[in-house]
Ligand binder design. Structure first.
Ligand code: HEC
Length: 116
Protein backbone atom coordinates (compact mmCIF):
# COMPACT_ATOMS: atom_id res chain seq x y z
CA UNK A 1 0.00 0.00 0.00
CA UNK A 2 2.82 2.38 0.92
CA UNK A 3 4.61 1.67 -2.36
CA UNK A 4 1.39 2.31 -4.26
CA UNK A 5 1.02 5.68 -2.49
CA UNK A 6 4.54 6.73 -3.47
CA UNK A 7 3.94 5.63 -7.03
CA UNK A 8 0.72 7.63 -7.19
CA UNK A 9 2.46 10.68 -5.75
CA UNK A 10 5.21 10.36 -8.36
CA UNK A 11 2.69 10.17 -11.18
CA UNK A 12 0.78 13.17 -9.88
CA UNK A 13 3.91 15.33 -9.53
CA UNK A 14 5.15 14.15 -12.93
CA UNK A 15 2.21 15.82 -14.66
CA UNK A 16 2.27 19.14 -12.85
CA UNK A 17 3.99 21.17 -15.57
CA UNK A 18 2.70 19.38 -18.67
CA UNK A 19 -0.88 19.04 -19.94
CA UNK A 20 -2.62 16.45 -17.76
CA UNK A 21 -2.74 12.89 -19.00
CA UNK A 22 -6.53 12.80 -19.43
CA UNK A 23 -6.32 15.79 -21.79
CA UNK A 24 -3.50 14.18 -23.76
CA UNK A 25 -5.41 10.90 -23.99
CA UNK A 26 -8.51 12.74 -25.29
CA UNK A 27 -6.29 14.67 -27.71
CA UNK A 28 -4.76 11.48 -29.02
CA UNK A 29 -8.23 10.09 -29.77
CA UNK A 30 -9.14 13.25 -31.72
CA UNK A 31 -5.79 13.08 -33.54
CA UNK A 32 -6.18 9.44 -34.60
CA UNK A 33 -9.64 10.18 -36.00
CA UNK A 34 -9.05 13.54 -37.69
CA UNK A 35 -5.35 14.16 -38.27
CA UNK A 36 -3.58 10.82 -38.71
CA UNK A 37 -4.47 10.46 -42.40
CA UNK A 38 -2.16 13.39 -43.17
CA UNK A 39 0.11 13.86 -40.15
CA UNK A 40 0.71 10.13 -39.61
CA UNK A 41 0.04 7.82 -36.69
CA UNK A 42 3.18 9.02 -34.90
CA UNK A 43 2.76 12.66 -35.95
CA UNK A 44 5.80 12.44 -38.23
CA UNK A 45 3.96 13.87 -41.26
CA UNK A 46 3.86 10.53 -43.07
CA UNK A 47 0.13 9.80 -43.16
CA UNK A 48 -1.46 7.89 -46.05
CA UNK A 49 -2.48 11.11 -47.83
CA UNK A 50 0.88 12.86 -47.35
CA UNK A 51 2.56 11.65 -50.54
CA UNK A 52 -0.02 13.48 -52.66
CA UNK A 53 0.25 16.78 -50.77
CA UNK A 54 2.33 19.91 -51.40
CA UNK A 55 3.15 21.48 -49.02
CA UNK A 56 3.57 18.36 -46.91
CA UNK A 57 1.76 17.93 -43.57
CA UNK A 58 3.86 19.18 -40.67
CA UNK A 59 6.17 16.63 -39.03
CA UNK A 60 5.54 17.31 -35.33
CA UNK A 61 8.43 15.07 -34.31
CA UNK A 62 10.84 17.72 -35.61
CA UNK A 63 9.68 20.07 -32.88
CA UNK A 64 8.32 23.56 -33.42
CA UNK A 65 10.87 25.04 -35.80
CA UNK A 66 8.72 24.74 -38.95
CA UNK A 67 5.54 26.08 -37.34
CA UNK A 68 4.32 29.20 -39.17
CA UNK A 69 1.44 30.26 -36.92
CA UNK A 70 2.95 30.14 -33.42
CA UNK A 71 3.59 27.45 -30.84
CA UNK A 72 1.62 28.42 -27.73
CA UNK A 73 -1.46 26.38 -26.88
CA UNK A 74 -3.69 29.31 -27.88
CA UNK A 75 -1.88 29.78 -31.21
CA UNK A 76 -2.17 26.11 -32.11
CA UNK A 77 -5.87 26.00 -31.19
CA UNK A 78 -6.33 28.96 -33.58
CA UNK A 79 -4.32 27.24 -36.33
CA UNK A 80 -6.33 24.04 -36.06
CA UNK A 81 -9.58 26.04 -35.96
CA UNK A 82 -8.78 28.05 -39.10
CA UNK A 83 -6.51 25.65 -41.01
CA UNK A 84 -3.71 26.90 -43.25
CA UNK A 85 -5.31 28.67 -46.23
CA UNK A 86 -3.95 27.57 -49.62
CA UNK A 87 -2.80 24.19 -48.24
CA UNK A 88 -4.48 20.88 -47.48
CA UNK A 89 -4.60 21.73 -43.74
CA UNK A 90 -8.37 22.10 -43.22
CA UNK A 91 -10.19 24.29 -40.68
CA UNK A 92 -11.67 22.24 -37.81
CA UNK A 93 -13.70 24.92 -36.01
CA UNK A 94 -17.02 23.45 -37.15
CA UNK A 95 -15.98 19.79 -36.90
CA UNK A 96 -14.54 19.81 -33.36
CA UNK A 97 -15.82 21.14 -30.04
CA UNK A 98 -13.69 23.71 -28.16
CA UNK A 99 -12.54 21.08 -25.64
CA UNK A 100 -11.56 18.74 -28.49
CA UNK A 101 -9.57 21.54 -30.18
CA UNK A 102 -7.86 22.24 -26.88
CA UNK A 103 -7.06 18.56 -26.26
CA UNK A 104 -5.70 17.88 -29.75
CA UNK A 105 -3.59 21.07 -29.61
CA UNK A 106 -2.11 19.85 -26.30
CA UNK A 107 -1.40 16.48 -27.90
CA UNK A 108 0.34 18.10 -30.89
CA UNK A 109 2.46 20.18 -28.49
CA UNK A 110 3.44 17.03 -26.59
CA UNK A 111 4.46 15.35 -29.89
CA UNK A 112 6.62 18.39 -30.66
CA UNK A 113 8.32 18.04 -27.27
CA UNK A 114 6.75 21.00 -25.43
CA UNK A 115 7.59 20.95 -21.73
CA UNK A 116 4.96 23.45 -20.59
C1 HEC B 1 -5.88 16.73 -45.39
C2 HEC B 1 -4.62 16.68 -44.67
C3 HEC B 1 -4.55 17.25 -43.26
C4 HEC B 1 -5.34 16.95 -42.20
C5 HEC B 1 -6.54 16.00 -42.14
C6 HEC B 1 -4.80 17.68 -41.08
N1 HEC B 1 -3.71 18.43 -41.45
FE1 HEC B 1 -2.59 19.66 -40.27
N2 HEC B 1 -1.47 20.18 -41.84
C7 HEC B 1 -1.61 19.69 -43.14
C8 HEC B 1 -0.67 20.35 -44.02
C9 HEC B 1 -0.51 20.12 -45.51
C10 HEC B 1 0.06 21.27 -43.21
C11 HEC B 1 1.14 22.25 -43.65
C12 HEC B 1 0.47 23.57 -43.94
C13 HEC B 1 1.44 24.65 -44.26
O1 HEC B 1 2.58 24.38 -44.63
O2 HEC B 1 1.01 25.82 -44.17
C14 HEC B 1 -0.48 21.12 -41.86
C15 HEC B 1 -0.03 21.85 -40.78
C16 HEC B 1 -0.46 21.70 -39.48
C17 HEC B 1 0.05 22.42 -38.34
C18 HEC B 1 1.20 23.42 -38.35
C19 HEC B 1 0.72 24.83 -38.56
C20 HEC B 1 1.86 25.82 -38.49
O3 HEC B 1 1.85 26.66 -37.56
O4 HEC B 1 2.75 25.80 -39.34
C21 HEC B 1 -0.64 21.98 -37.25
C22 HEC B 1 -0.45 22.41 -35.81
C23 HEC B 1 -1.59 21.00 -37.72
N3 HEC B 1 -1.46 20.87 -39.08
C24 HEC B 1 -2.45 20.31 -36.90
C25 HEC B 1 -3.43 19.42 -37.38
C26 HEC B 1 -4.38 18.77 -36.52
C27 HEC B 1 -4.38 18.85 -34.99
C28 HEC B 1 -5.21 18.05 -37.32
C29 HEC B 1 -6.40 17.22 -36.92
C30 HEC B 1 -7.40 17.87 -36.05
C31 HEC B 1 -4.75 18.23 -38.69
N4 HEC B 1 -3.67 19.07 -38.67
C32 HEC B 1 -5.32 17.64 -39.80
C33 HEC B 1 -2.52 18.73 -43.55
C34 HEC B 1 -3.52 18.18 -42.78
Amino acid sequence: MKVFGILLLTLVTWNVSAADSATLEAGKTVFMTNCMVCHGEKGNGKGLAAAALDPKPRNFKKGFKEFKFGTTLEAIVTTISNGSPGTAMPPFKDALKPEQLNAVASYVRSLAGAKD
